[in-house]
Design a binder for this molecule. Structure first.
Ligand code: ADP
Length: 537
């Protein structure tokens, strides 16, 4: 066979040549629609812009931006000219953004005008950034933050208008194409570098029906940010499939998302559970007949959420599991043929699993600290480890001694899971979130799943709090639906028949809202800090 390079310029040319009339729509206050033909022409000129700005041959091209058509231009112009796209998470604390941009050595940062106010205070602390390119996403005439009169600042459209288109060619499939830092739910952000090859193969994995299953006939809306693990591969897989794309732009409100789902006739849309949870109250009486698939992951998808979607829209959520370190999509939870005759309730339980690995990915569970695999009987639980062509071997230039892989070549996920006889993964918890009670583990995920199935409960997060006798005991932090007045005792009485006695939380605290991380996951770290002094008898 030919030794053919799996590089992103091949995906780019596919969209350019085969699907020129497919569209890329960006929502928000200044909506735009382009075709792949226009997008491709602009992306080639953007390659020229990077040359004119003098960005090094393998320089890091930072973005500080919403999901948008321009962001998609950067997704290809940077890697297809040999540079490395580095998507900065706009919701991180300023210190973290500064740390990450300096660590990655970003030479230029492309910033949405609507985010300039957030970005400008950081610039003094980014000595390596030579250029800031502003992408004006405000409606004409809107008063935005002033662009400083500074040689480093440029206007995206002016640069593009003056640039020459370039030919794309990537020498080596193993060269870096993009990088992302983990959102830092646990510890300092760590960089993961994706190669052309890993991104290409991941895109194929996402395209397969065992993955997220994109077709040429789809209209795909990644609500998951393009800075959250490459929008889960959708910004590469959609052009590869020839599917049209819809981006929310700066309007991430549930109303804005529902408007786009409806008006743009979106068929496939992906986001973390909190996005879909936010949409739920708006769905009564709404019909979205075109929407056929709703991939969701980043944290466990509550069974009640998936079932609510099935009841309201006729389509359950498709759960997928992954990490920044796994590109990210590594497993997906399709109900297999053998179980499709099961009653809906049983199928719903299967959908609450993390599912089978994508073709190319392998999984195992081991006793923490060992490399001896545990049996696949859905009972034994151990650390989930994965390997495959889009699984990271190591972190980018890490100072401390964190080894991501075992000596026998498996990536340690830090997640605890069981695997059934057919290979379907069931995530028990993150190692750090397990409640360690009297030497045994209690799964916070499972308790949350049950709590969120209570009709009065909107959100629930379970954390371990110090206990004099048992080391840790579970505390349920519960947000009630508006107008509900359930007591803690009633919540516990509801849980009692559903879990082992020693799993029952010792207390229920009602809170206003579960704090969220920069990518919209429940932030247990914040809750643990808040309840660090919690007193249990
Ligand atoms: P961070 O660790 O900073 O949140 P990631 O976005 O890479 O950054 O998160 C990966 C983690 O998210 C996984 O290790 C796992 O704990 C959790 N996760 C992702 N998808 C799922 C899922 N479907 N079910 C349960 N947990 C999930």
């Amino acid at each position: 066979m030919q030794d053919f390079q799996l590089s992103l310029d091949t995906i780019f040319r596919r969209a350019e040549q085969f699907f020129p009339d497919k569209t890329v729509h960006t929502g928000g206050p200044a909506p735009t629609t382009t075709t792949y033909a226009e997008w491709a022409a602009r992306t080639r000129r953007l390659g020229g812009v990077l040359d004119t700005l003098g960005i090094s041959a393998d320089g890091r091209v930072g973005t500080f931006a919403w999901n948008s058509g321009r962001h998609l231009e950067l997704y290809f112009a940077a890697p297809c000219t040999g540079r490395v796209l580095h998507t900065l998470n706009i919701r991180l604390f300023p210190d973290q953004v500064v740390y990450i941009a300096n660590h990655a050595e970003d030479e230029v940062i492309f910033v949405d005008r609507s985010l300039l106010g957030l970005f400008l205070p950081l610039l003094d602390r980014l000595p390596l950034v030579r250029h800031v390119v502003v992408m004006d996403d405000l409606p004409p005439g809107a008063a935005g933050v002033e662009i400083p009169a500074d040689d480093r600042f440029h206007d995206y459209e002016q640069l593009l208008a003056a640039a020459e288109p370039v030919e794309f060619h990537v020498e080596n499939e193993n060269q870096a194409a993009a990088m992302c830092y983990t959102s830092g739910t646990t510890g300092n952000p760590k960089g993961v570098v994706y190669s052309h090859r890993s991104t290409w193969l991941h895109s194929i994995g996402v395209l397969t029906n065992a993955g997220l299953g994109l077709h040429e006939t789809d209209t795909v809306m990644p609500v998951v940010p393009m800075f959250h693990a490459n929008a889960w591969g959708l910004a590469h897989a959609a052009p590869m499939a020839g599917a049209s794309l819809v981006f929310p732009g700066p309007d991430m409100s549930p109303q804005g998302i529902l408007k786009l789902l409806t008006e743009q006739e979106v068929t496939l849309s992906a986001g973390v559970p909190t996005i879909w949870q936010g949409l739920l109250p708006l769905l009564d009486g709404v019909e979205l007949p075109k929407l056929r698939r709703i991939p969701c992951g980043g944290s466990a998808v509550p069974l009640a959420l998936s079932e609510a979607f099935r009841q309201k829209l006729g389509k359950p959520i498709l759960q997928a599991w992954g990490m920044t370190e796994t590109s990210p999509v590594a497993t997906a939870s399709h109900v297999p043929m053998r179980d499709q005759g099961l009653p809906e309730d049983d199928q719903a339980k299967l959908r609450a699993r993390q599912g089978l690995p994508l073709p190319g990915v392998e999984v195992r569970i081991v006793e923490p600290g060992s490399t001896t695999p545990l049996p696949w009987n859905d009972e034994a639980t151990g650390e989930l480890q994965v390997r495959g062509p889009w699984i990271a071997a190591e972190y980018y230039r890490l100072d401390d001694d964190v080894r991501l892989n075992t000596e026998d070549g498996w990536m340690k996920t830090g997640d605890v899971a069981a695997i059934d006889q057919y290979g379907s993964v069931r995530l028990v918890d993150r190692t750090k979130d397990l409640v360690k009670s009297g030497g045994e583990w209690i799964s916070s995920v499972e308790l949350e799943n049950l709590l969120m199935a209570h009709p009065a409960v909107k959100e629930a997060a379970v954390i371990g709090v110090p206990h004099p006798k048992w080391d840790e005991r579970p505390l349920a932090c519960v947000v009630l639906q508006e107008g509900e007045t359930v007591t803690g005792e009633e919540i516990l009485a509801y849980l009692e028949p559903l879990v082992a006695k020693w799993w029952l939380p010792d207390a229920v605290e009602f809170i206003e809202e579960v704090p969220k991380t920069s990518v919209g996951k429940f932030s247990k770290k914040d809750l643990r800090t808040r309840f660090a002094q919690y007193h249990l008898e």
